[in-house]
Design a protein around this ligand. Sequence first.
Ligand SMILES: [Zn+2]
Length: 549
Amino acid sequence: GLTIVELHQQAGTVALTARATQPSACCPRCTAESTHVHSYYTRRPHDLPLVGYMLRLLLHVRRWRCRNGACATTTFCEPLPGLLAPSAQRTLRLTTTLQALGLALGGEAGARQSQRQAMPTSPDTLLRLTRTIAIPAPVAPRVLAVDDFAFRKGRTYGTILVDGEQHHPVDLLPERSAAALAAWLQEHPGVEIITRDRAHEYARGANDGAPQALQVLDRWHLIGNLQEALARLLDRLRSRLQALLTTPCDGDKGSSGPAPRSIYDRDLRRGTKDQVAQQQSRARRHARYAEVKALHRQGLKILQIARTLEISRQTVRRYIASEQFPEISQQPRQPSILDPYVAYLQERWDAGCRANKQLYTELQALGYRGSIRPVVQWTLLRREQPPEGMQRSGRKPARQVELFVGAETAPQVPAGKPKLPGSQSLAWLLLEEATSLTAAKQQLVEPLKQDADLTMACSLAQRFLSMVRKRRPEELGPWLEAVLASGIGELVTFAVGLQRETVNVRAAVELPYSNGVAEGNVTRLKQIRRAMYGRGNFDLLRIRVLVAA
Ligand SMILES: [Zn+2]
């Protein structure tokens, strides 16, 4: 119903003038056809860009008169279905494009992209448009996986509901509370099975909102809880286990003389950027550990401490349980291309050869294929003072590393002796099946088996895993009895917790459903939240998660 009159270009903008030519129009209220024009006017909406130029429409349209005496409308504007809504500033196709941009990139990045694509929009407008996207009303699935996600870690949480069979997100709730879940379940009846973690809120919410539904504990959360219990045990036994690791090594280490130094045996007065950062983060963690201990001594509850310090309850529980500051395990260093030549290098160094170029040439003759850089790094660590030449070239002195040692720190393990990994990773290691461990890991675990408590805990944990993997609910009862009889406090606490909801644990072992589907969606949700910068308001987050699904 529009005829193009002219195309006019001016300073990066194209103006397209068009005239409405329809001989009649229908009243939007009573649908009666009218041929009576009331007045003429011009609308100037933005449209999708034209060959890289911003496009503005100049539409000469009319206001029509409704002749139906029974209709409350006297005049109405030119209907432009599919192109432009009444009183809109943008064409429908531009709005849809901007909504997709806001959905995919969020406000800031989306606005930048809109500039580049010749349809400039502010972040706020983009988000406002994104908010108007209509999302289909959620339908209750047969199997519902319930999980939480953090708006701010340790502080505020929301709930994500996922279809346990189709694996797509069903809805997002702004809080992690029994009331919110119960209300949703009441509004969306029909859920038969609910998989959830062991948080009391979701248990209560499911009981209140869908009492007829079978609640299934999530297997991965169960295994995670088991790992946490094991890690707390490891924290408690730490010094005992470390002793087991180091004692038997004394004999052979002493006889073989000092091990050849490798490129990474760094002089601690000069460290890499990484070492500085590592020590700083360790100092931060140690300070937090001390704070947790202090608040705990003052009698604060775990939840209160977590809220005060804005850390997770799990971390608080771990810190309270461990007698020593729990170290996190360090990644083993990558092998260096210089490694096979370090013994020779040391020999030449001891013989007094200090020239990098000379050493490098000699190594090349021996077959060394790397650059001179590792050689320079190696010698640099062994020089008392930087050589004259380097000082004159104006190079800054190497960074100073202050090794941070807290009062409650674990005793330093002498270099060259194996160090016990952090409790978290060691706990996962102990949960792995012995046959799937690499030789190095097996070597690490082997001496720990001398500890009777740990060995018993491991065998109980393995039994639990195999029961879950092989889906043998009939083994649950005997397993619980065995744990309670073991007297290992950390596992007993775990078992007592399970006993309170035996039915749900049994269902978890028996049925194929798990929250794994929810976890995957939580990961995706985190990525979306990161892309939305500071503007991740809940309604937007919900639209992005549900529409982009
Ligand atoms: Zn009418």
